[in-house]
Design a protein around this ligand. Structure first.
Ligand SMILES: Cc1cc2nc3c(=O)[nH]c(=O)nc-3n(C[C@H](O)[C@H](O)[C@H](O)COP(=O)(O)OP(=O)(O)OC[C@H]3O[C@@H](n4cnc5c(N)ncnc54)[C@H](O)[C@@H]3O)c2cc1C
Length: 393
């Protein structure tokens, strides 16, 4: 049986980051994934993710986002790669808007978090916002929060970069290898896969939407796996493309008025026919990675355009050029779980998704490596927020 200091189960956003951080600390580490990441079956695909330091989900997240920005900048330099573009963020909300991640005060919490984290922001009037960014059609009773410490990250490129760096730093990687089970044994953990049996001092479980299946023994948390759809709509012409270029169009989170769901989206990263990417967030249905509908119907595409795109944007056509299904793994109140398994002290479980985890994944990988190696966690990260047990208010 081969022995490692640490095994990482699942090499998506969180696991590839943890593997990279562990390898950079010179320990014997093995990463295992059932597929060949990045892939399109979990939570980390679809070209782009919003990143922001001031988070409407809570003030405790800023420290993780800042760490991630630092880590991705270092990776960009080490590999001469482009991972992150900070082109600005607009959070738009008014009295008739849907709420996001259960927080009716998302815009106000974002502003409070910006003040605490020293983020440079402004409140813009709808008229100001539309004069600067003509892609948007905002109602006069809506408010706009705008900051410059935000933008988008390329999730597939980040996973690739983290795995390349991990390999360069002597991590071992098993791809297309499925973990069947793990158990606590004397001195650590025994991990069985469809290819062999390994032993490690510590196991980090970063299995994303497969977590509910792999956490076979009962853990005190309800993980809800939810199907979400990302859409790309073609633009009208080159003039429209100009409005959506990153320098003219920030990333945005918009509690659009009189609708069930909020929307969020990105500038155009390609040409006129590659379109602009926009999405909603649904909370009504639950799925598993095995039974989820992976195709997006014509009805879904039409309804998205009519309900959430046509009324709110200029320069976009109804032609949906691409759609991707992706999975959220949600915890109540959109919290993250980063904690030791209650019954297996050598197993660390990470479910930091809840629909907003990617921007923190660089920093979370660092925290996971520190936890596994018994290093002190920096004071600005309040781990009590991320335990299985809900923090007291
Ligand atoms: C539509 C959508 C939009 C999002 N938008 C944003 C955004 O704008 N900003 C943001 O910050 N976050 C966003 N998120 C959240 C973010 O993308 C996720 O939090 C993050 O990608 C989760 O990564 P993960 O590593 O937990 O899961 P994954 O990347 O899915 O990785 C889990 C890995 O574990 C492997 N695995 C599972 N079981 C086994 C097994 N038994 N054996 C071996 N391997 C196994 C899987 O193959 C997979 O590779 C979004 C998520 C979705 C779905």
């Amino acid at each position: 049986m081969t022995h490692y200091d640490v095994i990482v189960l699942g090499l998506g956003a969180m696991g590839s980051s943890a593997l990279h951080q562990l390898a950079s600390r010179n320990v014997r580490v093995l990463g295992i994934d059932q597929y060949d990441p990045p892939h399109r079956l979990g939570s980390t695909h679809g070209e782009s993710r919003i990143t922001r330091v001031a988070c409407g989900e809570g003030k405790m997240y800023s420290a993780l986002a800042r760490r991630s920005h630092r880590i991705w900048t270092e990776l960009e330099q080490a590999l001469d790669a482009r991972l992150m573009t900070l082109n600005g963020l607009a959070v738009i909300a008014g009295p008739r808007g849907a709420h996001r991640h259960g927080n009716r005060r998302f815009l106000e919490t974002t502003e409070e978090a910006a003040v605490l984290a020293g983020v440079d922001y402004k409140l813009l009037s709808p008229a100001d916002m539309m004069a600067r960014h003509p892609a948007f059609r905002i109602q006069s009773d809506e408010k706009v929060y705008y900051d410059w410490d935000s933008g988008y990250v390329m999730p597939e490129a980040c996973i690739r970069a983290q795995l390349v760096r991990a390999r360069q730093q002597k991590a071992e990687i098993g791809i297309n290898e499925r973990v069947l089970s793990y158990e606590s044994v004397s001195g650590g953990v025994r991990v069985e896969t469809d290819r062999g049996v390994y032993h490690a001092g510590q196991l980090i479980v970063t299995a994303g939407p497969w977590l509910p299946q792999i956490l076979r023994t009962s853990v005190p948390v309800d993980l809800k796996v939810q199907r979400q759809v990302l859409y790309w709509f073609a633009l009208e012409d080159r003039k429209a493309l100009d409005m959506y270029r990153p320098e003219n169009c920030p990333v945005y989170i918009w509690m659009v008025p009189d609708r069930d769901q909020n929307i969020y989206g990105f500038p155009a990263i390609g040409g006129v026919s590659d379109g602009m990417k926009v999405a909603t967030e649904q909370e009504k249905t639950q799925d598993t990675p095995e039974n989820v509908a992976r195709t997006v119907s014509e009805d879904e595409r039409r309804s998205m355009f009519e309900t959430y795109v046509a009324p709110f944007f200029n320069g976009v056509t109804s032609q949906c050029v691409r759609a991707e299904v992706c999975l959220y793994t949600k915890v109540k109140d959109a919290r993250f779980i980063i904690d030791r398994h209650p019954d297996m002290p050598n197993v660390i479980v990470a479910s930091p998704c809840s629909g907003h985890g990617f921007k923190h994944s660089g920093g979370i990988g660092e925290v996971l490596a520190m936890l596994a190696l018994g290093e002190p966690i920096p004071d600005d990260i309040d781990m009590r927020q991320f335990g299985f047990e809900e923090p007291s208010p």
